[in-house]
Design a binder for this molecule. Structure first.
Ligand code: CP
Length: 313
């Protein structure tokens, strides 16, 4: 992609990435997605590389899709989960990362409940580090796959009106998606109860897209091109009022108020019947399964870029 100055060794967040950098990754991911759909991608540009998944917090989508992506590129994958590792004996995150690196791995994929964990590790190891979600901070590959899915469905993000609804304060997904969406020209409407969507969040706009903070979902619905519903992050201590669903769930009735062609996005895992109804999650507007497939394509693009894999023919 013209204008991309990609020279990063790690992917720790989407904050600060330029539009050409993002588009370069999305364009590559589109090609990988095409290969996945046509059962192609038969080449193995990362043959001989080792990808280590270090997951100190639970995951289904991210962990499995990094594994699928790495294997499709021909890399070997090793896995370490917090439970069952020597972390339980008091070994630090840094010592754990240095130990795995010393085995000759090429990239560490790190998931942690601690914001800044991937940055901390990247500061001490020589191999590449990918942030697979750190506390409330960032989840860059999720933001990329969300942007890819929006771009595929809506053709472009420029000028699009996208809402992110729910527990914004507890969500690393909201931060990464907002960076990606606004950098690529979409306006982002962060909607939820005042306790979960502080007005200070308008400052996370990267531009040229703008960020608006609002608390009235019903008022916003008719103007949206896409709506991302977030799970309430109970595991991070978020508390919600008993009438949360009444105001902030995407029910079938609310989904019917969206303009024709508007899409429903959810990063998963979802709590059906809490933040969105099953009929909406499985309905024609939903792109949730597509996001999962795009997750493999995006992670193939990120691994290829960081490990300087030769372009596929
Ligand atoms: N979206 C996401 O990060 O899901 P997992 O926690 O299952 O990886």
């Amino acid at each position: 992609m013209a204008g991309s100055t990609w020279d990063r060794h790690d992917l720790l967040g989407l904050y600060g990435l330029s539009a050409p950098d993002l588009l370069s990754l999305l364009d590559q991911a589109d090609e990988f997605r095409h290969g996945l759909d046509s059962k192609g991608n038969g080449e193995h540009p990362l043959s001989g590389c080792i990808v280590a998944n270090l997951f100190f917090e639970d995951s289904t989508r991210t962990r499995m899709s990094f594994t699928v992506a790495a294997r499709r590129l021909g890399a070997d994958v090793i896995d370490l989960a917090g439970a069952g590792s020597s972390v339980s004996k008091g070994e630090s995150l840094i010592d754990t990362a240095l130990t795995i690196e010393a085995m000759g791995v090429d990239v560490l994929v790190v998931r942690s409940s601690a914001a800044g964990a991937a940055d901390l590790i990247a500061g001490v190891v020589s191999c590449s580090v990918i942030n697979a979600g750190d506390g409330r901070h960032e989840h860059p590959t999720q933001g990329l796959l969300d942007a890819l899915t929006v771009r595929q469905r809506l053709k472009s993000l420029e000028g699009r009106q996208l809402a992110i609804v729910g527990d914004i304060a507890g969500s690393r997904v909201a931060r990464s998606a907002t960076h990606a969406f606004t950098t690529l020209g979409a306006d982002v409407h962060l909607i939820g109860p005042p306790t979960l969507v502080p007005t200070s969040f308008t400052q996370i706009a990267a531009g040229p897209g703008r960020v608006f903070v609002g608390h009235d979902l019903d008022q916003a619905l008719g103007d949206l091109d896409g709506i991302m519903m977030l799970r309430v992050q109970f595991e991070r201590g978020t508390k919600i009022a008993p009438d949360y669903r009444q105001h902030y769930a995407l029910t079938s009735e609310r989904a019917a108020c969206l303009p024709e062609g508007a899409i429903v996005i959810h990063p998963g895992p979802m709590n059906r019947g809490v933040e969105l109804d099953s009929e909406v999650a499985d309905g024609s507007r939903s792109v949730i399964r597509d996001q999962v497939t795009n997750g493999v394509a995006v992670r193939m693009a990120v691994l290829s870029t960081l490990l300087n894999a030769p372009a596929l023919a």
